[in-house]
Design a protein around this ligand. Structure first.
Ligand code: ADP
Ligand code: MG
Ligand code: ZN
Length: 728
């Protein structure tokens, strides 16, 4: 079958009219026999990238998937669309296993799902050779990396597959964007010159809200109560709070279950199953819950406690709204959570790991305390730039923002930091600065005679929390530098010193002190929404649940919410009309068409047909900053460099490869953000030699240049050389 036929196959089998961004490109590369790495956010449609090519090529596609518990659902969903798919794992025994194996022997199946540990069984490799494996898809490929958040040692065994089945192309898929994970995937799977696809990490249908945490349980209950039919996940930090929260919600009549790694396997499986089958509406979980949960209609994710880092927060919120319908992400934030998390780190023996973890926690708290658009902040972390100035889907963008003239306050705070250092010759942390401003009588103030400073007590009229918030805001805005050790002592940056000297006017955004709980961004934001006849929607939802129960599959395997909502806009009465609904292919038409059209016809006998406006077009995709400018991750390296850390130390602090850090710094030099002297990197004689080689071989491929120079220069040197040569 030629690639041009993919589109009809997509409609006929899966019922979709078009490809999502990058799906087509990934499939083309995979079908051309290339190794491919696909990095797309959750809900982007990664599964289709190997499922559709599997149908278009000869032979079997082997799918590696981490969770035995979820393989069945994925295969059920494929079978419901008429695809010959199956899985093998320890739960399949006896005659059923035999039946599947003979199906595989006969070449009946197009897709086979297995867990990575199976690959280590010697017989299995022989089976694969017999079964004519044409491609291998590794789902959740970040599990292979220790740097990832879900490291699974069994994934390491997959490296052998390449050697045992040479010539079979790999497709690795993940939603984890960090560079070191990406590098690990490529090296550990022994991928050969893979084509790497990286999608935008923006999730337009997700809205982000941060609320001050007051009484978490009642805040969460209020939120849940207003969304009685919707499915949601509440993440909390400890197993104990997962259980107590679930119990508290149940006591109020909410169908909630708990999920964490400490539950007995049967209970864990039962709770997960209840959630997937729409029998429980809310899962109160630790981060043990989530990966591979393909439930597409999770309408909200609440974080009751502060996540440990931005990457984790992004992945966990990402589990909402896979079906592209509007969904809400709410973070309950209190500064106490940060303090508590940091305290845990004191018990860590590895000082560098603790420092890295602390840094990531502070970035997370900065996000929560930030006054800039949440989407901008998240995307910046992944090196992307949001094109508009109002995302329309976060609390910051949807709340009118109040700016105020903070000049006098800023002057007081900056001069207090300055005076402390001037008098004592050392710097202190923010707390102490605030105490001095407040004119407190603490032991430190007495010991260091800070009550004699001219700034002592000049901030009495402003509450301490406001001074502290202002201090953190000024750190973020670059007026104040905080040391990277655990003391976080403050000093004026160049910008801060200039502002103090010149009395620069400073306008700031007021950090909202309290937001009414229960108001959240998605109430207003509608990206991805499908207006429809809500009464009919409830009817079809009930029908879906009944059909799903009969077949012992989760309801979304029958149809997703998006398909139901389209039915409730178009009221299809004919086979052709039903086939036009997104998500309806020929198999689902045959299996479910009559039942759904029957309910629709009945509904129309009793109710007026409603009409709906055209759907809103999707927002423009954000720009990637990767090829120009500096993204967040590079800036972080640059910041550490400016604090005097060498590349090796920065790599250790950030958990990156040294080469990555050299790359960041070289980019900073190239962009003119970092003033550096070439002599720190290579001698004048070396520079002449490099330049001569570059003139002859160009600088596009550093590999070529390196070879031309007899491999006498390492990559970092070449990187820096190129950066100096092309410096802006
Ligand atoms: P990921 O693995 O990237 O998180 P999934 O493969 O689970 O995403 O897909 C998320 C949802 O998007 C699924 O419900 C899937 O059916 C749907 N989907 C995938 N591709 C398309 C498409 N081209 N058109 C419409 N829906 C799609
Ligand atoms: Mg997936
Ligand atoms: Zn915003």
């Amino acid at each position: 079958m030629s690639h041009a036929d993919l589109a009809p196959l997509l409609k006929q089998t899966f019922g979709y009219d078009s490809f999502r961004p990058l799906q087509r490109e990934i499939m083309d590369a995979a079908l051309a026999g290339r190794d491919v790495v696909a990095i797309l956010p959750t809900g982007a449609g990664k599964s289709l990238c190997f499922q559709l090519p599997a149908l278009a090529r000869e032979g079997l596609t082997l799918v590696i998937s981490p969770l035995i518990a979820l393989m069945k659902d994925q295969v059920d969903a494929l079978v419901a669309s008429g695809v010959a798919a199956t899985f093998l794992n320890s739960s399949i025994q006896g005659s059923e296993a035999q039946r599947r194996r003979s199906g595989l022997d006969e070449g009946f199946y197009k897709l086979l799902y297995v867990a990575p540990e199976r690959v280590m069984l010697p017989d299995f490799i022989n089976d694969l050779k017999r079964w004519n494996v044409a491609a291998i898809a590794v789902d959740e490929a970040h599990c292979i990396s220790q740097w990832g958040h879900d490291f699974r040692p069994e994934y390491r065994a997959l490296g052998k597959l390449r050697d045992l089945l040479p010539g079979v192309p790999f497709l690795a898929l993940t939603a984890t964007a960090t560079e070191q994970v990406r590098g690990d995937i490529i090296s550990q799977l022994h991928l050969h010159e893979p084509e790497v696809f990286l999608a935008s990490f923006n999730r337009p249908n997700l809205s982000y809200t941060v609320l001050p945490k007051a009484k978490a349980t009642s805040q969460i209950y209020d939120f849940v109560r207003q969304r009685p039919k919707e499915a949601g996940i509440v993440y909390v930090q400890s197993r104990k709070s997962a259980e107590s929260l679930a119990a508290a919600l149940c006591a109020e009549g909410v169908k909630a279950v708990a999920y964490h790694a400490g539950l007995q396997p049967e209970e864990r499986a039962a709770n997960q199953e209840a959630f997937l089958r729409d029998e429980a509406h809310v899962v109160c979980a630790t981060i043990a819950f989530g990966m591979g949960i393909n439930k597409p209609d999770v309408r909200y994710v609440i974080h009751g406690d502060l996540p440990k880092n931005i990457e984790g927060y992004y992945q966990e919120t990402g589990r909402a709204g896979r079906d592209s319908l509007p969904s809400e992400c709410v973070l309950l934030y209190s500064r106490g959570d940060l303090v508590r998390n940091l305290k845990f780190l004191d018990e860590m023996t590895d000082a560098e790991a603790a420092e890295l973890a602390a840094r990531q926690m502070r970035l997370m708290a900065d996000f929560a305390e930030g006054t800039e658009c949440r989407r901008v902040a998240l995307l910046d972390y992944f090196g992307e730039e949001w094109p508009g100035d109002n995302c329309g889907g976060c609390d910051i963008c949807l709340q009118p923002r109040e700016t105020w003239d903070a000049t006098t306050h800023v002057q007081k705070l900056l001069s207090c930091i300055f005076r402390i250092r001037q008098k004592s010759g050392f710097s202190t942390g923010l707390n102490h600065v605030v105490e001095v401003l407040a004119g407190a009588n603490t032991e430190k103030i007495r010991k260091w005679y800070h009550d004699q400073l001219s700034t002592y007590g000049i901030g009495k009229d402003v509450p301490r929390e406001e001074w502290a918030a202002l201090g953190r805001q000024l750190i973020r805005l670059g007026y104040i530098d905080a040391s990277s050790d655990s003391f976080q002592t403050l000093s004026l940056s160049k910008k801060g010193a200039a502002a103090l000297m010149n009395r620069t006017p400073v306008m700031l955004t007021r950090v909202p002190v309290a937001v009414k709980a229960g108001t959240s961004a998605a109430k207003v934001a509608k990206a991805g929404s499908i207006a429809c006849d809500e009464g009919l929607f409830e009817e079809l939802r009930a029908l879906r649940k009944r059909l799903a129960d009969e077949r012992e599959v989760p309801p979304y395997v029958v149809f997703g919410d998006a398909s139901l909502r389209h039915m409730c806009r178009q009221y299809p009465r004919t086979e052709q009309g039903f086939l036009a609904i997104p998500g309806v292919g020929s198999q689902k038409l045959a299996d479910y068409g009559a039942a759904f059209m029957g309910v629709i016809a009945q509904w129309l006998e009793m109710h007026e047909r409603q009409t709906f406006a055209e759907e809103a077009p999707p927002p423009p995709p954000p720009k990637m900053k990767i090829d120009g400018g500096l993204n967040g991750t590079m800036l972080e390296s640059l910041r550490l460099h400016r604090q005097g850390h060498g590349a090796e130390k920065i790599a250790a602090l950030r958990g990156f490869a040294i080469s990555t850090i050299h790359g960041h710094l070289a980019q900073a030099i190239q962009q003119g953000e970092l003033k550096a002297d070439p002599r720190d990197y290579f001698t004048a004689a070396e520079e002449d030699e490099l330049r001569a080689a570059a003139a002859e071989h160009g600088m596009e491929s550093l590999g070529k240049l390196k070879e031309a120079l007899g491999n006498r220069y390492d990559y970092p040197v070449l990187h820096y050389f190129r950066a100096f040569e092309t410096r802006k």
